[in-house]
Ligand binder design. Structure first.
Ligand code: 1HN
Length: 352
């Protein structure tokens, strides 16, 4: 990059006197900050980090004794990036948290500008209702709550339900575009039978003359059993990608695009003994181990992960995965937003 981006400027008395007068008029000299604000490549306060489920789960369960879902509205422990403490975010653009709904509880219906995805970790009898349809949560399912859709959660089962929430809250707040409101009722009325959206949009069929009217996928849920079976088949048909193993992206079946405009989601199988090459991309990514165990190198951080552990890899940080046994990783990032803006980049594989 141009030398001008890096040159150290001399601090003269004349300049500092000028800067003071600029300051009084709410103005500032670009040349003093140019190298800082126009980086030659991404440099972020976001750091690689790992949350072990064995550490977080007991705290999630303890939160169940501290506050009810109703009182909390949403009983969630935020996973805060250690480089971004106090900002309720796991990357610069994304929020992540672990949510608990205990047997018999209801998390009341509301809607907001922020889009959410949920990746189910534990429990088989919880549900989320979105736009008049309920979907039962099973471990490994991906559930969408697109921007401005009413959503409530409930747990009629006798076991706690825990999931990973991913929201684009920092993105929405970056644009100062947050709106939110409660539904007049605690639980929104159910207007369609369970499985309606999956049959209508998620079975390689679409209604006649269907044209998408919204940016988000018309699906509520992407059941794990189907995605897992597809990865298994693709693994048998081989070969695995040198960086990613067998990696697929969740899709909006009506457009072929991402499930939501601000967040993309991915599922990858790493075959037993897989040793991936390093690659990097500009979308900081949140990973969650669904099955198996392995190792991830993210820059100079090394993570040993197993089931339900969550880790985050910042923008442009070289990342490589290894699997000690066959493993499945779920992940999500702001890739669709970056691609829509024309600013997404990737690099790799780089030689081991
Ligand atoms: C929200 O609505 C949910 O609906 C979870 O489960 C986490 C974090 C911030 C703002 C809204 C939910 C959230 C949230």
């Amino acid at each position: 990059m141009d030398a001008a981006f890096h040159s150290k400027l001399e601090g003269t008395a004349e300049r500092s006197e000028f800067y003071q007068r600029l300051n009084e008029k709410s103005a500032a000299p670009l040349w003093e900050v140019l190298a800082e604000i126009v980086r030659t490549e991404p440099r972020t306060a976001c750091v690689p980090a790992l949350w072990r489920y064995e550490d977080v789960r007991p705290l999630v369960m303890e939160s169940g004794k501290i506050i009810t879902a109703k009182e909390a509205e949403r009983r969630v422990l935020i996973l805060e990036n250690p480089g971004l403490r106090g900002q309720s975010r796991i990357t610069q653009s994304l929020y992540a948290g672990m949510q608990l709904v205990l047997p018999g509880e209801i998390a009341p219906s509301h809607r907001h500008t922020a889009s959410a995805l949920r990746f189910i970790l534990e429990g088989d009898g919880g549900y989320t209702a979105v736009d008049g349809e309920r979907t039962t949560m099973h471990a490994g399912d991906l559930i969408l709550t697109p921007s401005w859709t009413f959503h409530d959660h409930g747990n009629p089962s006798d076991r706690p339900v825990v999931w990973l929430d991913g929201l684009d809250i920092p993105t929405v707040n970056h644009f100062d575009t947050s709106f939110a409101e409660h539904h007049p009722e605690e639980t929104q009325p159910v207007t369609r039978g369970e499985g309606d959206a999956l049959a209508r949009y998620g079975a390689n069929l679409l209604p006649l003359e269907y044209t998408p009217r919204k940016l988000a996928a018309p699906l509520l849920s992407y059941p794990y059993a189907r995605s897992r079976a597809a990865l298994e088949q693709l693994h048998r048909n081989g070969p695995a990608h040198p960086c990613h193993g067998v990696k697929m992206q969740y899709v909006n079946p009506a457009t072929g695009g991402y499930p939501m405009p601000t967040m993309g989601a991915f599922l990858q199988l790493l075959p037993a003994g897989f040793r991936g090459a390093a690659c990097r991309s500009t979308d900081a990514t949140v990973y969650c181990c669904v099955e198996g165990c392995g190792h991830t190198q993210a820059g100079d951080h090394s993570f040993e992960w197993k089931e339900h552990d969550v880790f985050v890899v910042p923008s442009w940080c070289p990342v490589s995965h290894r699997a000690h046994e066959e493993a499945v990783l779920f992940s999500f990032s702001d890739r669709p937003a970056q691609k829509a803006l024309g600013i997404w980049r990737e690099d790799g594989p780089t030689p081991k």
